[in-house]
Ligand binder design. Structure first.
Ligand code: ACM
Length: 535
């Protein structure tokens, strides 16, 4: 919706509600400070862009490409230009920027490339959403440094083009962490040269069909995606889940199998075999070489589903005897500490799910709090001083449905509506008792799109959008600047963009517009149940 239509729509809505809504800038996430001035920039002659500081070369060229792709007249010039990207040492924070629009000139100023990139995204949204670009000064920086989205390619594989499309949209909404769940019980999706069967055998099957053709990302594809994301200021964090969720890996290399039970067969790596540590260290070494970011996620969740098998495994029993352990939980701790040392040896910071708190792991570990029904794990993590990312199932798991008319997806004492994603986290802080001091250990928040029931592009889109826009605003915009009604109005622009891109989103204005896509037909239920896990 263009700016004039936005105003008309707001006015109509305000009249119907009997109140006057404020006119705000059509940008998601909403900036911290917006000073609107009189007049508009005349964009009829297109945009000459001058990159006034060589540090911002990549960001300037990216902006130019995006403007051209949107059908705008745009070119880079070294002489005077209407659009200038400049360095300003007075702007504090790598991701901060100032965007100044007056009727003849536009300046994007920052002290670091990320800030220049986000200034350019705000400018691009104004170009996309306004008939005339309003004169304005935007001074902006994010609330959280971790603004993440997790995709699960293990349960259902989507492929390079789909990943890139998500990375493009994440960048547009200033999200900066792509957590890539690449391995799980149903599939191993990353090529490892030293152990090729991980991909060629572990890559066979999916959650809905254990015989579906082999699918995985080659190392060349991963390098290409990492570079693509880097250009968009998105760091990719690979997750190689261990010691649980290892069924696909164990199909490929059964010699490292630690067993499982019931609906979780062959669920764990074997912590009692020395060879397991060599094997996993080799794998992590190759993975570390592919992802230049400082983090390595090694899961650590739900080991309890397979740990009973360790009680009778001769290698584990040997380990227990050797180390003087009287409980298999100590083996889990032993395993994790060895892998933590390995990750440190690779020069990376380890991230794991909140179960790691029970193992009293090193304080350098970053914790992802996911069990919303166990808020004590958030407070424990913060009180112990762990850097913590918040991704509680409710409201931030996007495999939960988002509307009460939906039934394909998780529902567990409720679901994850758009307004809850938008409201997170402040009301939760109040409810759980998270003080300002505790909050200082929170790096940010993230939405997780587990894919057991997200088996194709339509279902992935339908469950993700527009909730990821709400997550983006919650992670970027300070509480005082958030306003759900206003956000819903600004979503009009996102819906128009999604329509143009052919994205099958859930339309909150008209829940019937896009029917809920059917879930996968489960051909044969093996490896993991799709019942709700509660531990
Ligand atoms: C998880 O949802 N098992 C982290």
């Amino acid at each position: 919706m263009n700016h004039l239509r936005t105003i008309t729509f707001i006015f109509a809505l305000a009249m119907s509600l009997g109140v006057m809504a404020s006119k705000t800038l059509p940008v998601i996430p909403y900036p911290q400070h917006v000073e609107e001035k009189k007049g508009c920039f005349d964009a009829r002659n297109g945009f000459d862009i001058k990159i006034a500081d060589a540090r911002f070369e990549s960001e300037g060229r990216f902006l130019n490409e995006k403007l051209q792709a949107a059908g705008r007249q745009s070119e880079i010039t070294s002489s005077e230009a209407a659009v200038v990207i400049s360095y300003d040492a007075g702007i504090t924070g790598d991701e901060a920027y100032r965007l100044t629009v007056d009727n003849k000139n536009i300046e994007i100023a920052a002290s670091a490339p990320s800030g220049a990139f986000y200034g350019a995204q705000t400018f691009l949204q104004l170009v996309d959403n306004c008939e005339e670009i309003p004169c304005v000064t935007v001074t902006d920086s994010p609330r959280y440094s971790w603004r993440g989205f997790m995709r699960d390619d293990a349960r259902h594989f989507t492929g390079v083009e789909s990943v890139k499309r998500f990375i493009d949209l994440m960048a547009y909404y200033k999200l900066n962490r792509f957590h890539w769940h690449l391995t799980d019980g149903q599939g191993w999706r990353i090529e490892i040269n030293k152990y090729p069967r991980l991909a060629t055998v572990g890559g066979i099957g999916s959650h809905s069909d254990p015989d579906s053709p082999c699918a995985y990302y080659t190392q060349d594809e991963i390098k290409d995606i990492v570079a693509y994301a880097l250009r968009r200021h998105i760091m990719i964090i690979p997750e190689i889940d261990m010691p649980g969720h290892a069924t696909a890996a164990n199909r490929a290399y059964p010699e490292y199998n630690g067993g499982g039970e019931g609906i979780f067969p062959d669920f764990t790596f074997n912590p009692g075999k020395e060879e397991t540590y060599t094997y996993l260290s080799d794998i992590l070494g190759e993975v570390a070489g592919l992802f230049p970011g400082p983090y390595m996620h090694i899961g650590g969740d739900e080991v309890a589903y397979g740990i009973n098998a360790w009680k009778v495994d001769p290698y584990v029993l040997d380990l227990m005897k050797r180390e003087g352990f009287d409980d298999v939980k100590q083996c889990e701790r032993y395993f994790m500490n060895r892998m933590i040392a390995e990750v440190a040896h690779l020069g990376k910071t380890l991230i794991g799910w909140d179960e790691l708190l029970d193992l009293d792991v090193d304080r350098s570990t970053n914790i992802m709090w996911w069990r919303h029904d166990k808020p004590q794990y958030l407070t424990r993590s913060l009180n112990a001083g762990y850097t913590t990312v918040m991704c509680p199932r409710k409201p931030l798991y996007f495999d939960f449905v988002q509307h009460d008319t939906h039934s394909v997806g998780r529902i567990w004492d409720g679901f994850c509506p758009l307004e809850d994603v938008y409201a997170f986290p402040d009301p939760w802080f109040e409810k759980i008792g998270v003080s300002d001091e505790m909050q200082s250990h929170i790096s940010g928040m993230q939405a997780n799109a587990w894919s057991e029931l997200l088996h194709n592009s339509d279902r992935l889109d339908f469950m993700t959008w527009p909730r990821l826009c709400a997550l983006a605003e919650s992670a970027w915009t300070i509480r005082d600047n958030k306003n759900y009604d206003d956000f819903r109005l600004r979503l009009e622009d996102a819906y128009r963009l999604f329509d143009n891109l052919g994205i099958y989103y859930f339309d909150h204005r008209n829940p019937e517009r896009h029917a809920e896509p059917a879930g996968p037909v489960i051909k044969k239920k093996i490896r993991e149940s799709e019942t709700e896990y509660k531990d």
